[in-house]
Ligand binder design. Structure first.
Ligand code: NOJ
Length: 726
């Protein structure tokens, strides 16, 4: 600590304290300056380093007590240089990708005067209708937790006061991703056990990794709007986890307690939120109006609570080094740079997922290829949550492919739209396809179809894009689909009609170059889906680690359980209508399982796993803390270099509480030269074998655990016995 926060508290008036507890956005500079002159605690980016310095000068020199202002901004996957969306990053199964994104984000943002990013979004997401799935790390709590930790470390660096660090904010606390029907802002109702097991866990990890702030979520949870949820904001987050950072409300989220119907007016809403544990109110009515009148009195919110909130805000400012140096070296401000773009490109090259491949990929080096579809020429690759100052995507996929594969005779069909498809355009494409060896169809969702307030009830390819696929398939064309999307889509009606499909998500500033390199095989795709692709909207919410039921689907007398129960080839086992065994948990009108399970992804090479060993194979509860080692060998059995993702799943076979069919407990992305083997080791600890019995206790129960190591294509299983004592 460089300043004595308590001394500030002693000097500050009630009004000055309240003003520290607010962040407002004002586009009018004079209005914003005036608010800061009155002692406002935080505002959104002005937007330049010089403007930030001018504001800080007002805060420090023209106010009493002279407290610097926090400058917030949503730098979600880049400010100027845009990295792949967080969901795309999760597909890399390489947390370094998120760390790298956060590092570059921090360098660009802090050097321009931003001190507080409203990121990462760590909501676990199991419903692809929800548009915000694009901002998070997918459905799996273990994967999402690893990315949470990486992102926090990347933003905050070793020292928050460094000129290239920003304060991270975990959002949205909590269970926002469980919105009923995937409709944004909707109600959630989640058991205590699932809350602990799934939705709280990424936040717990983020807090343990030092995240400076947490944002409350818009949803109500089990009847309590989160901005007024004292039991979670204060009892769990601050007391149980010891979080000493700042809890910020979401945009107007405090005022919306009135809309939720738990506060009569905004004044009551603010009092309720502050008492519940919100420290900083985002937007809404000013806590102190222009003539200096405070909206609340000490009778509305206890002075101790206000002091605690102010203490948290001042502590964050101090950790950011703002009291020592509130100013930014405006001459050193970094926007995009060739180096940052190169790093964004390397990240983008790790995120694409090869969904299917009947041999049409990689593209040949010569011949005639027709490139069609909206993404042939669209530069809409940045994805959700970027702002107007983001560096533009410089080239189109057509440009990048022509550069990457110059010996191909490229025919580029212009004029495709994301939604409309004129009959003449369709006829023209089909005709041109007849003289091509192959058609690359670049399709997908434009960025605005995912992100905040962008839920979709139908998660098919939008507009008439599917017509394009079917018309070309009917005409006998050989088709490669490039699928740029903010969420898993339902692809059931067309995926088997195309010869290969590559899911690229929204890969950011360098998307076209990264996609072209992947199509040509200069980069071998190594991503895996971090969210299950359902066969139909009716299956959602859907996730690989679903709990067991009393009537799992059976077929051919065999019990499909665990990893097999959601295998994407289960359709063959189950028969078209899946009625072999009637009274089981399934849909009559769908084959069993998802279209692409969590962890699915192909490569231009092949891999084999062998030598799974668990040591010790039996362990006593009393010695569990020493850990259990799981070893496996993965070998590149093909002729190209490539990356495999090795995943470790644990199944607790008999427990006092119904368990998931499997839980991811480790993953490793390994780069292997053709023919190369690698030893992969995981260490399981008591934590990995434990589960929440209710909202309060976490236990390991003795018994057998199935350990499955797989890479999405094949798997090996071994057994671990945990004995009461040994
Ligand atoms: C509302 C969004 O829910 C949140 O994620 C974001 O950080 C704030 N707006 C501020 O832009």
């Amino acid at each position: 600590m460089s300043v004595d926060v308590e001394q500030f508290l002693e000097r500050m008036t009630w009004e000055q304290k309240l003003l520290q507890l607010q962040i407002v956005w004002r586009t009018d500079a004079a209005e914003r300056d005036d608010l800061v002159r009155r002692g406002l605690g935080a505002t959104f980016w002005p937007p330049s380093a010089a403007d930030v310095n001018a504001l800080q000068r007002i805060a420090v020199e023209q106010t009493e007590p002279g407290i610097p202002v926090l400058i917030g901004l949503d730098v979600v996957h880049g400010q100027f240089t845009i990295f792949p969306t967080p969901l795309a990053q999760a597909a890399s199964f390489d947390p370094q990708v998120a760390a790298e994104d956060a590092r570059i984000s921090a360098v660009e943002a802090r050097s321009n005067g931003v001190t507080w990013t409203f990121s990462p979004m760590v909501d676990v997401t199991r419903d692809p209708r929800w548009g915000r799935v694009v901002e998070g790390f997918g459905e799996d709590v273990h994967l999402a937790s690893a990315f949470t930790a990486a992102k926090v470390a990347g933003y905050q660096g070793a020292d928050l006061a460094a000129p290239d660090s920003v304060a991270a904010c975990l959002k949205h606390f909590v269970a926002y991703g469980a919105a009923e029907a995937g409709r944004d802002y909707n109600t959630t109702d989640v058991s205590d056990r699932r809350l602990r097991e799934t939705y709280l866990e990424t936040f717990r990890v983020g807090v343990a990794n030092g995240a400076a702030a947490v944002m409350a979520s818009f949803n109500s949870l089990n009847g309590h709007p989160m901005h007024a949820h004292r039991a979670l904001l204060t009892d769990v987050l601050k007391q149980e986890w010891g979080f000493d950072g700042v809890v910020v409300g979401d945009a107007d989220g405090v005022a919306q307690l009135v809309d939720h119907g738990v506060a009569a007016d905004e004044r009551a809403a603010i009092a309720l939120a502050l008492e519940a544990g919100v420290d900083v109110v985002m937007g809404g009515s000013l806590l102190v109006d222009a003539d200096g009148t405070a909206l609340l009195t000490p009778a509305d919110v206890s002075p101790d609570r206000i002091d605690d909130a102010v203490r948290r805000v001042l502590r964050m400012k101090d950790r950011l080094g703002l009291f020592e140096n509130p100013y930014t070296d405006a001459a050193a401000a970094v926007g995009g740079s060739p180096e940052h773009r190169a790093r964004a490109r390397r990240a983008a090259e790790r995120c694409a997922v090869l969904l299917t491949n009947g041999g049409a990929l990689p593209l040949p080096a010569s011949g005639r290829i027709l490139l069609a579809g909206p993404y042939a020429r669209s530069r809409d690759h940045l994805g959700a949550w970027v702002q107007h100052f983001a560096s533009p995507v410089g080239e189109t996929l057509a440009d990048a492919l022509e550069r990457e594969l110059p010996d191909i005779a490229w025919d580029v069909a212009d004029g495709a739209d994301f939604f409309e498809l004129a009959d003449e355009h369709l006829a023209d494409i089909v005709e041109r396809a007849a003289s091509a060896d192959l058609v690359v169809l670049a399709l997908g969702e434009p960025s605005r179809l995912s992100g905040e307030a962008a839920s979709r009830a139908d998660i098919a390819l939008p507009g008439a894009q599917r017509r394009l696929i079917h018309a070309l398939a009917d005409a006998g064309a050989r088709i490669v689909v490039v699928l740029a999307t903010g969420r898993p889509l339902v692809v059931e009606d067309w995926i088997d009609r195309v010869d290969a499909s590559l899911c690229t998500w929204h890969l950011g500033t360098e998307a076209p170059a990264a996609i072209a390199a992947t199509l040509s095989a200069r980069v071998n795709p190594g991503g895996r889906v971090p969210m299950t692709f359902p066969r139909a909207v009716g299956q959602v919410p859907i996730h690989h680690d679903h709990e067991r039921t009393g009537r799992p689907p059976r077929t051919g007398g065999e019990l499909l359980r665990g990893i097999d129960a959601v295998a994407s080839d289960a359709a063959d086992l189950a028969g078209p209508n899946n009625t072999d065994d009637h009274y089981t948990s399934k849909f009559l009108d769908l084959p069993l399982g998802a279209r692409f399970d969590f962890g699915h992804g192909l490569s231009y090479t092949t891999f084999a796993l062998d030598g799974l060993a668990v040591t010790p194979g039996a362990v006593g509860m009393d010695t569990l803390d020493a850990g259990v080692d799981v070893h496996v060998t993965v070998r590149n059995t093909g002729e190209r270099d490539g990356d495999d993702v090795v995943m470790l799943f644990v199944t607790d076979e008999v427990a006092s509480v119904t368990q998931p069919v499997r839980r991811l407990r480790g993953f490793r992305r390994v780069s292997l030269a053709a023919g190369e083997p690698a030893a992969v080791a995981f260490r399981l600890t008591a934590d990995d074998l434990s589960f929440w019995v209710d909202g309060a206790t976490r236990v390991v129960e003795p018994g057998d655990f199935a350990l499955t190591v797989g890479d999405g294509t094949s798997s090996l299983t071994a057994r671990l016995r945990v004995e009461a004592s040994r």
